[in-house]
Unconditional design. Sequence first.
Length: 324
Amino acid sequence: MKTIGFEQFGGPEVLAVKQVERPQPKEQEVVVEVKAIGVNYADTARREGKYVVPTNLPYIPGSEVAGVVAETGSAVTSVQKGDHVVALIESGGYAEAVAIDERLLIPVPDGVSFEQAVALPLQGLSAYHILKTMGRLAPGESVLIHAAAGGVGAIAVQLAKLFGAGQIIATASTEEKLEHARQMGATDLVNYTEAGWEGKVRELTDGKGVDVALEMVGGEVFNKTLTCLAPFGRLVIFGAASGEQAVFAPAQLMKRNQSVIGFFLPQIMRNPALLQSSLQELLGYMKEDSLELTIGGTYPLAQAADVHRLLQGRKTIGKLVLTP
């Protein structure tokens, strides 16, 4: 079967097609015929050797896959051949087929496409736990969401509204993206490419600042976001898309009782009860059509390098998907 991976760190050009043996399922595994693969900033960070944990070479990226159960191991009981499933895995998703432990499989609800399904595990669960578990967003509070037209951002805007946020300030780089965030439920819009955007955020909150801020750019954006926090505000870090690590004086948090909190989804995955309860809540929102999963584009697996360029060029809205 065909896979796409890399044997050295670098730009999108290091991604290469490779033919490998089709996987065989172990006792508690199933082989999923992959129909859709989610593309994430984590994939680009892995490719550049800048991920939060080490990446061992050679490496096949891809942590979200949706498809059809093609084979089952001898001890598998929860699914059967032909079932439509989606899964969040450690790696290996850029492939035509993947062997997955049955305990990681999530049934794809009726009426949900494979492309929509791969937008749920990583980005849906990330948005949920950044806001609720780590950010502790309470009804009536204000929230600042950067890259609000992206995969995590668009879901976070919708969830913030569902969780009862009183003010949802969305930032993005173009009018088109800001309009998309407004349609998702944002109450206020800020173009972060304009100088002084952090001052506008403070103005929108009458000088108080926001109660919760979502930050995944790093560097200067982190420090400017920190100036947007209200007393008792929580800034949740879930990435560093710029490749720059922020430097700040932790003691400055003391003056206004503020918090800087890190988020890493694999830690949530190690808590099955928390993972399942949040996943069921997200599926419930999907079934009642109160959560829209925006697909920004679907591309052949062979175009993975081009899709990485699009993602890092910030030229897209919503979820980018590869199809074998």
